[in-house]
Write a protein that binds this ligand. Structure first.
Ligand SMILES: CC(C)(COP(=O)(O)OP(=O)(O)OC[C@H]1O[C@@H](n2cnc3c(N)ncnc32)[C@H](O)[C@@H]1OP(=O)(O)O)[C@@H](O)C(=O)NCCC(=O)NCCS
Length: 177
């Protein structure tokens, strides 16, 4: 599946589009350096340079759709969502989301973005299965995934170290119906 940079996945309040190096902004850096935002993430610091490199690698990877989440009203970049890696043979992919602008938390944006990404994966990319891993402590994220229709596949006990404590990793899946 060829990636079309200009393509938009449009929802009620947000749209998703593929990121380019120009999207490596100060705000995007700030999100990843914010302990409240990054507490359950693997990345805990970023610079404009490191973000440009990260985006460039993903743009060139045919097994990855790395999209920004944008507010339709003002075109503000508020977060990211991705399918990575995509296994085209198995028609499966792993997803992950970040709403970096905290003023948008708790308004259903995470749910809307995840639904858009999942529907795109199933209906446009031809995937049959999407999975993700979430730390058991990340209650907001688990709630989002449940609202979208993900179900728990299995739990990897004490699989992820996070600030010196090992937490359970919940692996959730959704299948095309
Ligand atoms: C997790 C995240 C994507 C949620 O996005 P969001 O836009 O706030 O999500 P929504 O508003 O769609 O839904 C959040 C739900 O979690 C609930 N929630 C929030 N905090 C909660 C908590 N501590 N315990 C239980 N439920 C909680 C909200 O009430 C809401 O449920 P509701 O619609 O039934 O009221 C966002 O907080 C984020 O990006 N966090 C940082 C990065 C991250 O952790 N990503 C996920 C990695 S797996």
């Amino acid at each position: 599946m060829e990636k079309k940079l200009e393509e938009k996945i449009v929802g009620d309040r947000i749209y998703l589009r593929l990121l380019t190096e120009n999207d490596a902004s100060k705000d995007y850096c700030r999100w990843l350096n914010d302990p409240e935002v990054n507490q359950y993430l693997e990345t805990h610091q970023a610079t404009i340079g490191s973000l440009k490199k990260y985006i460039k690698e993903r743009t060139g990877d045919k097994n990855c759709f790395f999209m920004g989440i944008f507010d339709k009203e003002n075109n503000k970049h508020i977060g990211n969502i991705k399918l990575e890696p995509i296994d085209w043979k198995k028609k499966s992919a792993v997803t992950g989301i970040l709403i970096g602008d905290k003023s948008y938390w708790g308004k259903g944006i995470g749910t809307e973005a995840t639904k858009l990404m999942v529907n795109y994966g199933f209906n446009k990319l031809g995937l049959n299965e999407i999975e993700l891993g979430v730390l058991s402590e990340n209650k907001a994220a688990i709630k989002v995934y449940e609202k979208v229709g993900f179900v728990i596949d299995h739990i990897e006990e004490k699989a992820k170290k996070h600030v010196d404590i090992f937490y359970d990793m919940i692996v959730m899946k959704i299948f095309k119906r």
